[in-house]
Design a protein around this ligand. Structure first.
Ligand code: FE2
Length: 296
């Protein structure tokens, strides 16, 4: 996830390390062992340089236990609520369910399918870097996992979101092609507002998108598909017709379930529209879209 973020800030700690600033409401806020763990994992990627091997995280048995619970519970819900393309990607990728995969393990599964690989980042990556890397079929991912006290909840994106949400999506050749176009569009987006508009469209599509299949709204967004709670409620949201001008203009609150979502009328139409949008996206696209929607 990148837009709006939700990632906890990572700041220098003064002793040469880094500190992850958890919010007071974070389930791990009052757990010193978890705080140290987060700092140590963040330091691995802060010190990582492109081209070096991806840092290996020695996950604990408790952390693997969290992954097992979330994998199992999300998998059951995907059968009911995920769109078919996501389920096909999930089957092709065959992520481990008994342990947290290293990012290299994710890449080993994903590269042969769509060419996307996983690289580490401590928290929020700058938008231009995060989306821009898609042009080279690279996905920047955090490596920490949520607090063990509430395995089915996290206030911030964690490796469950990055891998179960995004890697399964990126195992679809169609979604991977869309994401590559997102990266190319970033290369044509020199103005900050152009990039911000693009990231909001990304939020309402590849993070929180819904598509009708056989008359039923199915999730294809990684944000919904990695959230145990949101999978139960997204169908109750105000589902509006697909509309890029609206997506890029509306405000949203990342700290709550999304009350407003945009639903594509069919999967083929969704991919066509996304490809057309990102292929032609540049610094003038936002004005063109807003002008067209005003005329309509
Ligand atoms: Fe995401």
């Amino acid at each position: 996830m990148a837009t709006g973020s939700g990632y906890s800030p990572v700041v220098p700690s003064g002793d040469g390390g880094v500190e992850v600033e958890l919010d007071q409401d974070h389930p791990g806020f009052a757990d010193p062992a978890y705080r140290r763990r987060r700092n140590d994992i963040a330091a691995l990627s802060v010190n990582w340089l492109a081209g070096e091997p991806v840092p290996f995280v020695e996950y604990t048995e408790a952390e693997h236990g969290v992954w097992r619970i979330v994998s199992h519970e999300l998998s059951r819900k995907h059968e009911k609520y995920a769109c078919r393309e996501f389920l096909h990607g999930r089957e092709a990728l065959a992520l481990p369910t008994d342990h947290i995969p290293q990012l290299d393990e994710v890449s080993e599964h994903l590269v042969p399918i769509t060419g996307f690989d996983y690289a580490p980042v401590a928290g929020l990556a700058p938008l231009r870097e995060f989306y821009g890397a898609f042009a080279g079929r690279r996905f920047f991912s955090t490596q920490y996992i949520r607090h063990h006290s509430v395995p089915l909840y996290t206030p911030e994106p964690d490796i469950v979101h990055e891998v179960i949400g995004h890697a399964n999506q990126l195992a679809s050749p169609k979604f991977a092609a869309v994401c590559e176009e997102v990266g190319r569009a970033v290369g044509r987006s020199e103005r900050a507002e152009t990039l911000a508009f693009l990231s909001k469209v990304f939020w309402f599509t590849l993070e929180f998108g819904v598509v009708f299949e056989d008359g039923s709204p199915q999730a294809y967004g990684a944000g919904i598909l990695s959230s145990f709670g949101e999978l139960d409620v997204f169908r109750k949201a105000d589902l509006r017709p697909f509309d890029f001008a609206a997506m890029g203009s509306v405000e949203y609150d990342i700290t709550r379930y999304q009350p407003l979502l945009y639903a594509a009328e069919s999967f083929d139409r969704l991919i066509d529209d996304l490809m057309d949008f990102y292929r032609t996206y540049d610094d003038e696209a936002r004005e063109r879209l807003l002008a067209a929607s005003a005329v309509a």
